[in-house]
Design a protein around this ligand. Structure first.
Ligand SMILES: Cc1cc2nc3c(=O)[nH]c(=O)nc-3n(C[C@H](O)[C@H](O)[C@H](O)COP(=O)(O)OP(=O)(O)OC[C@H]3O[C@@H](n4cnc5c(N)ncnc54)[C@H](O)[C@@H]3O)c2cc1C
Length: 448
């Protein structure tokens, strides 16, 4: 297995030995762009791409740099800092909003909540850019109900690899629309997107339900995901005593305050430990910003700046029930106990609509995210984590699982071809049509 086709420093050296002027959140891959450009308009972006194409100069957009494995880097090319393209404004249609690609979800939430609205799905961390999230699909705690963040996009303006500036939607140029959303920035760069909004609740009631066994946890999490009242459902595995793991469901139901939810009815029949259940009301804004506090703490402790060899897999839920406990018991995964978070999201396949997303067969799916930190200045530890990620990815594939492309997994073009399966040929045709010079977003190593 090749671990070092990307510029991961060789064994025995520290990560800091390769200086990268533009590290991403992963702090694993180091690339040197030719330059960093910061377009202020779609026209300026178009001009950069139009000139770069015939010259074969790579171009990658960088939103907020939360990639784990160099997916947004541009070795020897133009790194496009999208942050100047960050306007968010309302449209004539009261239920939509236009966000430029460099805006963050914090910007979007601020503008939408001011009107009593919100996107139906938001990533947990609101610091990522709109363009970066839409290009990878975007999962959130309400994905079981509303699909991907990208599934709420009704129109998108892009610049293709040929330097063409196009507005596309399900009706107009649907082929391009479909290859852009969750399309890993391969055919076009996103300039702005029109996002559908839904009414935002004033308050939400959050239930944290604790389990010691995976079986009841997965069964109850699925039950809550099918429950009409719960708009947000996600879970975590957490380290417990004596090497064991506990499980926690976080389920959220909106309410107005005047008519509070009936806790007994909503949790009736669930098999959690009732002595330690946590129930609290939050404003919707507080709930949406729930990761801000974690981020502040991780920044203070320095964890935020460490290498992040994260792995996210989509697994059939029936397989996840035994796959997850096996992973957690694996000696190679013990680092997760001390510096990591294990997130488990229930998903309904039929709700995940962007065609470029690769998902397992079957309706009930589970998104398994192993979000771990590696020690700084220890390339060997990072290599071990990458090797463990690759091994887990192989095991997940045997169970019918797929990779979420934000992960830190070394992938070859052949791996990507297997990943896209029957969609590969159409994807390759779209790449040839829209990015014939193959300059866009090379950080994924998608093409030979
Ligand atoms: C703390 C944390 C929490 C997270 N939580 C979630 C979560 O809940 N759900 C989820 O789905 N993901 C989550 N992620 C993953 C993150 O949302 C994705 O990696 C996302 O792609 C990051 O976008 P970015 O703009 O910050 O990153 P970048 O590294 O700047 O970009 C990511 C990718 O998108 C490409 N790109 C950026 N802008 C554009 C554009 N305008 N057009 C085309 N391509 C573009 C880049 O080239 C790169 O390939 C989380 C990440 C972190 C660090």
């Amino acid at each position: 297995m090749r671990l070092a086709s990307k510029r991961v420093p060789p064994p025995g050296t520290a990560l800091g030995d390769v200086t990268c002027p533009t590290p991403d959140f992963g702090h694993i891959v180091a690339s040197r762009p030719l330059d960093v450009r910061a377009p202020r308009t779609g026209d300026e972006l178009r001009d950069i791409v139009a000139v770069a194409g015939p010259q074969g100069v790579p171009v990658s957009a960088r939103g907020c740099g939360y990639s784990m494995y160099g997916q947004g880097q541009a070795e020897g090319g133009h790194l496009i800092d999208m942050r100047a393209l960050n306007a968010v404004h309302r449209t004539a249609d009261e239920r939509t909003l236009v966000a430029e690609a460099g805006a963050t979800w914090r910007d979007v939430v601020r503008a939408a909540l001011a009107e009593g609205l919100a996107p139906p799905v938001l990533p947990d961390h609101l610091g990522a850019s709109v363009g970066g999230t839409l290009s990878t699909g975007g999962f959130g705690a309400s994905s079981h109900r509303y699909g991907l963040v990208a599934d709420a996009v009704s129109e998108v303006e892009v610049v293709t690899g040929t330097g063409e500036q196009v507005t596309c939607s399900r009706r107009h140029r649907p082929d391009l629309f479909d290859t852009v959303l969750a399309g890993l920035g391969q055919c076009a760069l996103i300039v702005r997107a029109t996002l559908r909004l839904v009414p935002a609740p004033a308050l939400v009631r959050r239930y944290r339900l604790h389990y010691t066994l995976p079986g009841p946890y997965f069964a109850d999490q699925r039950r809550l995901a099918h429950h009409d009242h719960f708009t947000h459902v996600s879970g975590q595995a957490r380290p417990a005593l004596a090497g064991a793991w506990d499980y926690v469901i976080e389920a959220v139901t909106p309410h107005t305050g005047r008519l509070p939810p009936d806790d007994a009815a909503l949790t009736d029949g669930l098999r959690h430990d009732r002595d330690v259940e946590e129930i609290e009301d939050l404003s919707y804004a507080e709930f949406l910003h729930r990761m801000d506090r974690d981020e502040r703490i991780l920044r203070v402790t320095g964890e935020w700046e460490r290498p992040h060899p994260w792995l996210t897999l989509l697994v059939p839920e029936a397989a996840a029930v035994s796959f997850v406990p096996t992973i957690l018991a694996d000696s190679g995964q013990q680092g997760l106990r001390t510096c990591g978070t294990v997130q488990l999201r229930p998903l309904d396949s039929g709700r995940l609509r962007a065609p470029m997303l690769r998902k397992p067969a079957g309706e009930d799916l589970c998104l398994v995210s192993l979000m771990r930190t590696a020690p700084p200045a220890d390339a060997d530890a990072v290599r071990q984590a990458l090797a463990a990620n690759r091994e887990l990815y192989e095991r997940a594939r045997e169970l019918g699982g797929t990779l979420h492309a934000v992960s830190a997994v070394q992938m070859t073009p052949r791996d990507w071809q297997a990943h896209f399966g029957p969609a590969w040929e159409g994807f390759a045709r779209a790449k040839t049509q829209y990015d014939p010079h193959r300059i866009l977003t090379r950080g994924y190593d998608l093409w030979p």
